[in-house]
Design a protein around this ligand. Structure first.
Ligand code: SAM
Ligand code: DTB
Ligand code: SF4
Length: 322
């Protein structure tokens, strides 16, 4: 089995993107089969535990306070409501529950309120994930102690394109948090968004940054921008389907053991498009009617799609003990 690589050059990544579509998909699918059950998909459900009024200016986001997006702000959710939502997600078949907060970073006080949520969801037998913004090293250790399985923190786009998307933090800030999470031995979930006005080199550069981390992220979500009215990117032209599928295939080749998640944007994707994404190496989805603030396909249609494709859902394994 080939060694995991952390030394991809941009030229090499660009060469993968430049392969004829069928050659690229064949290569990605072959690697996928060597590392995973090709008919198994992991499903995670999302819950926004704190909505809106975020001080960051991410040009794609409904929750930034800088844009008028018609989203009602809400304070941190009560823990019982979180458990109720987690239970519903579990009953529908989700094995991981990911809680997101519209924060630039959590204060220590707010982190204290998230910890019982993590512990309670874990006690239900689900894998836990949170996405709370930038963390200090100390906070990452605290989350590890609480038993957190995954921390989601996306690099979103290339280092080169980053300042066209967000100006209130920089690319290195994202890498610093990822390093703190890795130091704390929490599984890293990090990926990006396609459709932020980036070009092919940006997509290559973004994947290169992910694959050249100290260790590959355990999970790599690839989102298609969900356009949000009122944000600077409300009318941006989406990438073509083949560009999106190619990005999944290249991620699969570069990070052969990482779980690649076909993330936001599935409501706009046909069944055939999603099937091709699975063929190209995607083996996880967000499952449930809601992402954070926008819609996702309903669970019945996802179950229907899984049945048509003969896909089975991955069960929880190796839950870290609290
Ligand atoms: N505030 C924290 C942060 O930004 O890290 C956590 C929540 S934030 C909403 C989580 C991720 O959702 C972002 O990093 C981005 O990749 C993704 N996201 C946000 N809005 C999106 C949109 N409209 N379309 C696709 N992905 C989006
Ligand atoms: C990720 O990569 N995508 C999810 C999750 N990680 C937190 C979020 C998608 C958000 C889509 C827009 C919304 O619902 O607000
Ligand atoms: Fe805030 Fe996260 Fe949205 Fe950026 S992506 S505005 S940090 S909630």
């Amino acid at each position: 089995m080939a060694k995991l690589r952390n030394d991809w050059t941009l030229k090499e990544v660009e060469a993968l993107f430049a392969l004829p579509f069928n050659d690229l998909l064949f290569k990605a699918h072959s690697i996928h089969r060597q590392n995973f059950d090709p008919n198994q998909v992991q499903v995670s459900s999302l819950l926004n535990i704190k909505t809106g009024a975020c001080p960051e200016d991410c040009s794609y986001c409904s929750q930034s306070s800088k844009y008028d997006t018609a989203l009602e702000r809400e304070k941190l959710m009560e823990v019982d409501l979180v458990f109720q939502q987690a239970k519903e997600a579990q009953d529908k078949g989700a094995t991981r529950f990911c809680m997101g907060a519209a924060w630039r970073n959590p204060t220590d006080k707010s982190l204290d309120k998230v910890i019982p949520m993590i512990q309670g969801v874990k006690a239900m037998g689900m894998e836990t994930c949170v996405t709370l913004g930038m963390l200090t090293q100390e906070q990452a250790f605290t989350l590890k102690e609480a038993g957190l399985d995954y921390y989601n923190h996306n690099i979103d786009t290339s280092k080169e394109h980053y300042s066209n998307v967000v100006t209130t933090r920089n690319f290195q800030d994202r890498l610093n948090t990822l390093e703190s999470v890795q130091n704390a031995d929490i599984h890293v979930c990090s990926g990006g968004i396609l459709g932020l006005g980036e070009n092919q080199i940006d997509r290559a550069s973004m994947l290169r940054s992910l694959s050249n981390l100290k260790t590959h992220p355990d999970s790599v979500p690839l989102n298609l921008l969900v356009p949000i009215l009122g944000t600077p990117f409300e009318n941006i032209k989406p990438p073509t389907e083949s560009k999106f599928i190619r990005t999944i295939a290249v991620a699969r080749i570069m990070m052969p053991k990482s779980v690649v998640r076909l993330s936001a944007g599935r409501t706009e994707m046909s069944e055939a498009m999603q099937a091709l994404c699975f063929f190209a190496g995607a083996n996880s989805i967000f499952y449930g009617e809601r992402l954070l603030t926008t819609d996702n396909p309903n669970t019945n249609s996802d179950q229907d799609l899984f049945a048509k494709l003969g896909i089975n859902q991955k069960q929880v394994d190796n839950l870290q003990s609290v």
